[in-house]
Design a protein around this ligand. Structure first.
Ligand code: UFG
Length: 328
């Protein structure tokens, strides 16, 4: 298929582009490079542009004869979304509408949407099933939930078929080593822990050790970014093959505490990684673990790298390499 990937130069997007190409698809990446890296796009056509630009979106749909869209372009920092909510509603909701309108204008029928576990808010049930109530505690999660609702309406009115993938904690890096996580500033646990191990960071904090969990630190469901990427291929192929629109959680179904992550990272790097205990981070639920039964049963998805140690090993190999190299 010929697929447009928005946000394809980002951490998750670049792994999706690589998987799509490996699976024999033709890919056009659209990214405004506000967070992404041009070198992260390992194939296909690259277009630097923004979802705000309706004309560009319509031109791409027409000229490239796009058959399906994987939509990842978004702002995704929970903390920032509570300081500047408008930024999140404009980009993640309003600008996303430009994409849907362009799809409708050009008869593009399939979209896979990058959603988040943050749509659920404070869980009432663990592991979290897809029909769990959605009461996001932050603007980021809410902006993604709004877009899911819009997708549902567009299906009803225009027959647009969608799959929304609610990601839990994406982690690790492509095992072949050319792409990985490179946020600036970095806020995610695993890269921060590994930066400390490399001496690139003086110290870091465990955000709270008084949660009602087995060791007092927060529990999350870490999923390897390549496993996450492969789910997008199953999703877009599923839609093209005629399955119904749907929402799927995407996690391993296994939770690890912050302390367990730090300990496992210590095993990977071969020495203890010392953390300080800090305050709780506002908005952090104690436990977020996915029920991934639905995507396993309905799309046949199976993680290849479910083991936390393997996930951290791939992140470590990437981190040691030192990010993107300009000559590639
Ligand atoms: N943490 C620390 N110290 C740090 C960084 C993180 O203790 O320096 C903790 C956090 O408090 C949390 C866990 O490590 O308990 C994981 O934190 P991340 O920042 O790596 O990831 P989050 O779970 O906060 O967020 C991720 C995505 C969001 C998405 C969310 C959905 O980054 O975009 O999962 O669950 F919304």
């Amino acid at each position: 298929m010929k697929i447009l990937v928005t946000g394809g130069a980002g951490y998750i997007g670049s792994h999706v582009v690589k998987s799509l190409i490996e699976a024999g698809n033709s890919v056009v990446t659209l990214d405004n490079l506000s967070k992404g890296h041009r070198e992260a796009v390992l194939g296909g056509r690259f277009i630097e542009g923004d979802l705000e630009d309706s004309k560009l979106l319509n031109r791409i749909m027409a000229e490239e004869e796009i058959e399906g869209v994987i939509h990842l372009a978004a702002h995704s920092l929970v903390g920032e979304s509570m300081e500047d909510p408008g930024k999140y509603y404009y980009n993640n909701v309003a600008n996303g509408l430009n994409l849907l309108e362009a799809m409708v204008n050009h008869g593009v029928k399939y979209i896979v949407f990058s959603s988040t576990a943050a749509v659920y808010g404070e869980p009432e049930e663990i592991p979290i099933p897809e029909d769990h109530p959605t009461q996001p505690t932050n603007t980021y999660g809410e902006s993604k939930l709004f877009f899911e609702k819009i997708l549902d309406r567009y299906e009803q009115i225009y027959g647009l078929k969608y799959i929304s993938l609610r990601y839990f904690n994406a982690a690790g890096a492509d095992p072949e080593g050319r792409i990985g996580e490179a946020h600036n500033p970095e806020t995610h646990l695993i890269p921060i822990v590994l930066q400390k191990a490399l001496g690139q960071r003086e110290k870091f904090y465990i955000f709270g050790d008084d949660y009602p969990t087995r060791d007092g630190s927060c529990i999350r469901d870490y999923i390897h970014v390549s496993d996450l990427a492969r789910a997008h291929i199953l999703a877009i192929n599923g839609l093209a093959g005629g399955i119904d629109s749907s929402i799927f959680n995407l996690g391993n179904g296994e939770g690890y505490s912050v302390k367990e992550v730090i300990e496992t990272a210590g095993e990977v790097v071969g020495r203890e990684i010392v953390a300080e205990i800090g305050e709780r981070r506002p908005g952090d639920p104690a436990v977020l673990v996915a029920s991934s039964e639905k995507i396993r049963t309905e799309l046949g998805w199976e993680p290849r790298y479910p083991d936390l140690k393997t996930i951290i090993e791939t992140a470590w190999n990437w981190q040691k390499r030192g990010g993107f190299h300009e000559d590639e």
